[in-house]
Design a protein around this ligand. Structure first.
Ligand code: CA
Ligand code: CA
Length: 170
């Protein structure tokens, strides 16, 4: 089987969503991502930030399921991901940004203890690594997000970049 660059990238995106690596994406993966982020930044699940992150994770899951879970079994298989999610997200990146926004907004708040709306490049890379983005990709992505090179990253930088990453062109 020939693995094209496109297929390799799709596999990497799937793996990012399939946080527990069991071969499908479901609500548990989104809860696991929220839990891992809270642990990484020592924020409790009961705090306002923790609650917002779990609510964002649930909204993200519901949005993804609405797009990709064709047979309604509450699991997105790799095939559903490739045939449903990837194509539809590519056709409509704004929709993806909308689905992901509450989760990303809450994730950035978790990683921003002084609440000034800015994340360091290092903390942004930490968020990506916790979400199972490979370390070298996480570092490079975080650095690239800091387009004006002032060492900080804000939400308006992150959401379109995240949408671009997942709406990979063929
Ligand atoms: Ca999974
Ligand atoms: Ca399904």
């Amino acid at each position: 089987m020939v693995s094209t660059e496109y297929e390799r990238r799709i596999a990497a995106r799937f793996a990012t969503f399939d946080q527990d690596g069991n071969g499908w994406i479901d609500r548990e993966d989104f809860n696991a991502a929220a839990k891992a982020l809270l642990a990484e930044f020592t924020v409790t699940a009961r705090s306002d930030k923790g609650q917002a992150l779990y609510a964002g994770a649930e909204a993200f899951w519901q949005g993804m399921a609405g797009i990709a879970d064709r047979d309604g079994d509450q699991r997105i298989t790799r095939e559903e991901f490739v045939t449903g999610a990837v194509k539809r997200l590519r056709d409509n990146p704004e929709r993806f940004a909308e689905i992901a926004r509450p989760f990303l907004h809450a994730a950035l708040a978790v990683a921003d203890p002084d609440a000034d709306g800015r994340l360091t490049v290092a903390d942004t890379a930490r968020v990506l690594r916790v979400l199972h983005v490979p370390a070298d990709v996480a570092e490079a992505t975080a650095a690239a997000l800091d387009s004006d090179a002032d060492g900080t990253i804000t939400e308006p930088d992150v959401i379109p970049a995240f949408a671009r990453y997942f709406t990979v062109a063929e």
